[in-house]
Design a protein around this ligand. Structure first.
Ligand code: FES
Ligand SMILES: [Fe+2]
Length: 382
């Protein structure tokens, strides 16, 4: 009897995958935290169903490549990175990781006419903001994608970033994997009616405090920002974090923007004090996503324990959404028919309409047509 050299692990039992979502390309998505990329460490992740390998060059520049050697497809992450070149483990082809350009094919002889510099592995534009490695994911099949060069820089949308209103601030981030597709992750994010049920807690709000609300929305239609804004208002008095902010005794204003493809940006200002956050729902695959929250603030700047408290509450809050969406994903596996109601689900309807408009514009090359005609007031109880 021969003994196999390598024992392959048995395949995991198949579980029905939930429904897939159509993905929006030609935009920036957070691939991972950038502080995970130190020294010569390379890390892998899945983004929009694409296996990626990320790292940082000796000069400190982030890079993101498709984790696949263009020669025979072995993951480049199986090879070696010395701070300058990522070398494939199979036949030793070396690549400059920011551009993806091949710099060496060891098997070539002086007789060979093949010029390695004409070969590229797929590299993506990758920029660091708010401690994330943001990767620009172009439409598949749009040809070789090189990382952002000076010339290309003009054409790409700006890299997303949380607005900040002072030099000094504290910040915190959270992440949670969701087993549902990006559409469900996003509409869960903008859904006002689940708050009193999913986030019921003494420190947040009680179900008995449900009351009718009217919120004003307006379209956002700028060259690189398409979505809608919940206009500035004094936040609901039954939310404890807002009560905390109220100690400053100045009027509080809040805006919550949703912009395609996946971003919710909240800004709370109270005189010179501010709190802002960016929440993104990023497709890891067409049927799964990850929610990332990055918050920055200068409120209570001098109280060191506030970061710990904010993290604790933030984690509880995101975990409540996560648990609910894991349960929802169980139900979605069996492809139920669903509904969206007025007015509580109107933001979700806008999201789907905005997404359709963006896909349509990409398909036809015509200008983006915003689905909202103008400002709208929505009413619901929460
Ligand atoms: S598979 Fe990468 S060098 Fe051959
Ligand atoms: Fe929630």
């Amino acid at each position: 009897m021969t003994t196999p050299l390598v024992t392959l692990a048995p395949a995991a039992a198949p579980t029905p995958a939930g429904p897939s979502a159509t993905l929006l390309y030609n935009d920036w998505y957070p691939a991972m935290r950038s502080d995970a990329l130190r020294g010569k460490t390379i890390r892998t992740t899945l983004l929009m169903g694409i296996p990626m390998v990320l790292g940082r060059t000796a000069e400190g520049r982030l890079f993101a490549m498709r984790d696949s050697c263009p020669h025979r497809g072995i993951p480049l992450s199986c090879g070696w990175f010395d701070g300058r070149a990522l070398t494939c483990k199979y036949h030793g082809w070396a690549f400059e990781p920011v551009s993806g350009q091949c710099t060496s094919i060891p098997s070539l002889t002086a007789e060979d006419s093949l010029d390695p510099s004409r070969i590229y592995a797929t590299a993506f534009a990758c920029e660091e903001r708010d401690g994330y490695a943001w990767v620009y994911v172009p439409e598949p099949g749009t040809g070789r994608v090189r990382a952002r060069s000076q010339a290309e820089a003009a054409g790409l949308p700006p890299v997303p970033e949380t607005p900040k209103f002072s030099e000094r601030y504290r910040s915190q981030h959270l992440a949670a994997e969701l087993p549902c597709n990006v559409d469900h992750g996003i509409i869960g994010l903008m859904d006002p009616a689940h708050g009193p049920f999913v986030h019921q807690a003494w420190w947040w709000r009680k179900r008995a405090s449900i009351h009718e609300k009217a919120k004003h929305f307006e379209p956002i239609d700028e060259p690189f920002a398409q979505g809608f804004r919940m206009a500035a208002h004094t936040p609901s008095g039954n939310s404890a974090p807002y009560k905390l902010l109220g100690v400053y005794g100045e009027p509080i204003s809040t805006t919550i923007d949703f912009v395609l493809p996946n971003r919710r940006i909240e800004t709370i200002r109270c005189g010179p004090k501010w709190f802002s956050s960016i929440t993104t729902v990023t497709p890891t695959t067409p049927s799964a996503c990850r929610i990332d929250v990055y918050a920055a603030w200068n409120v209570f700047y001098h109280l060191p324990f506030v970061t710990a408290i904010a993290t604790f509450f933030g984690k509880r809050f995101v975990a409540q959404d996560q648990v609910t969406m894991i349960q929802q994903a169980e139900g979605l596996k069996y492809d139920p028919s669903l509904m969206l109601i007025d007015d509580a689900d109107r933001p979700a309807k806008w999201y789907f309409a905005l997404k359709q408009a963006r896909l349509e514009a990409a398909r036809t090359g015509a200008a983006f047509r915003h689905p909202m005609q103008g400002p709208v007031t929505l009413r619901w109880r929460s």
